[in-house]
Ligand binder design. Structure first.
Ligand code: GUN
Ligand code: ZN
Length: 449
């Protein structure tokens, strides 16, 4: 099936050539055969930050104005919409791989002391630079990011993302109890700081704000109510938090909120369940809670490397996507509980989490999740997540033969779907050869290092 080869109005200034994989809709609902586009020799042209042309090379090349440079990545490449990470903590970049604890101990032992360092804006900026470079090296072009309780850590990240032209959502953590004093805000200061940040950053270029109560245990009911109030003032912001990640956490929330029927009900009660709400994990949600997410248009960020690393459990994606009440599901790395910036490595673990629930995620469905599916969970699938004229030109170019053993394994693949599955099983950052942000080449493996 070919993509729409028509132009979108803007004049192309550059183009790339190679095999393309993209999606025109949701394969979980409509089937891969109706939604997956694989063009074995395609042109993607961009101008003014957007895709202007996409289609078979022989059809598109004659349409390009004379002199438009075409970079040919060759038949072993795979061009895709940039990967999207719907749940990640940039301040935890310096503490990835902290040994020996499950969620609540891990937070107290490693996470909170690390986040305390972000009171220093210069340190926050230095980490933001490393974090965003790693995103680009892994083909991640959009993320939804937790910062720390300190507003200057949010400024630091947005300043760097703006410099790179990235579409990125982020927010100041709201946290007024059950954490060290140096990391606590108050209901009022959390509201005021968040409001200042929204006015400074939300809708500026490609940046978006996410109101970010860390999770129910670290906010009083009063702070959750205040977050709901702020969100009703700025309804096109995101709301991100964690839910039902770990069984001890679920039991603690029951103790802290005895009047609520369950963990998700704490958020629903405070008007935090609706479109653009992104709930991290949801490993232990019951069917009633899944129904609530479906009915309210809320999303789950599925973070498999984190869930395995912290021993939280194996998220049942098949149950979440059940046809009669599908929940929007995005993919997340959840660094630094997650262990890899690589979305290919994250898909590898998503496959295993599904297998533990007797569900065999196909490679096609997995790549949808990593791109358009996560864009859909974030309500930005009209802007990013697929390749078509008019879409923002955020693109990753993969190398399908990125290591000696992958190159060898590829000699034996029977078809494209098998090749795709090998990439998500064996591939990592080495498979990313180029990343484009709004049509600008921001990472080039050939020139890296
Ligand atoms: N729950 C509350 N805070 C966090 C966090 O920083 N990481 C993870 N994985 N879960 C959380
Ligand atoms: Zn998290």
């Amino acid at each position: 099936m070919a993509g729409n080869p028509s132009a979108a109005g803007a004049v192309p200034t550059a183009a790339i050539r190679g095999p393309v994989l993209t999606f025109t809709g949701d394969p979980f609902r409509l089937g891969l055969e109706h939604t997956m586009v694989h063009e074995s020799d395609a042109i993607v042209a961009f101008g003014d930050g957007r895709v202007t042309h996409f289609g078979p090379a022989d059809a598109i090349l004659p349409e390009l104005p004379a002199g438009v440079p075409v970079r040919d990545y060759g038949p072993d490449a795979l061009i895709s919409a940039g990967f999207i990470d719907s749940h990640v903590h940039f301040p935890q970049t310096p503490m990835i791989g902290a040994h020996g604890a499950q969620l609540l101990d891990w937070l107290n032992t490693y996470t909170f002391p690390t986040e305390g360092r972000f009171v220093d804006k210069a340190f926050a900026t230095s980490v933001a630079k490393v974090f965003l470079q790693e995103c680009l090296r892994n083909g991640v072009t959009t993320s939804c990011v937790y910062c720390t309780v300190y507003p200057q850590s949010v400024d630091a990240l947005f300043e760097e993302a703006e410099r790179l032209g990235m579409r990125l959502a982020a927010g100041k953590v709201l946290m007024n109890r059950n954490a060290p004093d140096y990391l606590l805000d108050t209901t009022q200061s959390g509201y005021d700081d968040s409001k200042r940040l929204i006015n400074a950053w939300h809708g500026r270029g490609r940046l978006m704000y996410a109101i970010t109560p860390r999770f129910a245990p670290t906010s009083t009911p009063d702070q959750l109510a205040s977050a709901g109030e702020l969100w009703s003032e700025y309804p096109d912001c995101y709301l991100q938090t964690h839910v039902s990640e770990n069984t001890s956490e679920v039991a603690w929330v029951k103790e802290l909120f005895p009047d609520r029927s369950g963990y998700l009900d704490v958020y629903d009660h405070h008007r935090l369940c609706r479109p653009r709400a992104i709930f991290g994990h949801g490993v232990h949600l019951d069917d009633g809670e899944m129904q609530c997410l479906h009915a309210t248009g809320s999303a789950i960020a599925h973070c498999p490397t984190s869930n395995f690393f912290l021993g939280s459990g194996a998220f049942d994606i098949g149950r979440a996507l059940r046809r009669e009440r599908p929940v929007r599901v995005g993919l997340g790395t959840d660094l630094g509980a997650g262990t890899s910036f690589s979305i290919l490595a994250t898909l590898n673990e998503a496959y295993k989490a599904a297998q533990l629930n007797h569900y065999a995620l196909t490679a096609g469905h997995a790549y949808y999740l990593a791109t358009r599916g996560t864009a859909n969970a974030m309500y930005i699938d009209d802007k990013v997540g697929s390749i078509a004229p008019g879409m923002e030109a955020d693109i990753v170019v993969l190398d399908m033969k990125s290591t000696p053993i992958i190159r060898y394994r590829m000699e034996f693949v029977q078809d494209f779907m098998e090749a795709l599955f090998v990439q998500m099983t064996m591939g990592d950052d080495r498979a990313v050869q180029a990343t484009y942000i709004a049509g600008e080449l921001r990472y080039d493996r050939a020139g890296a290092g």
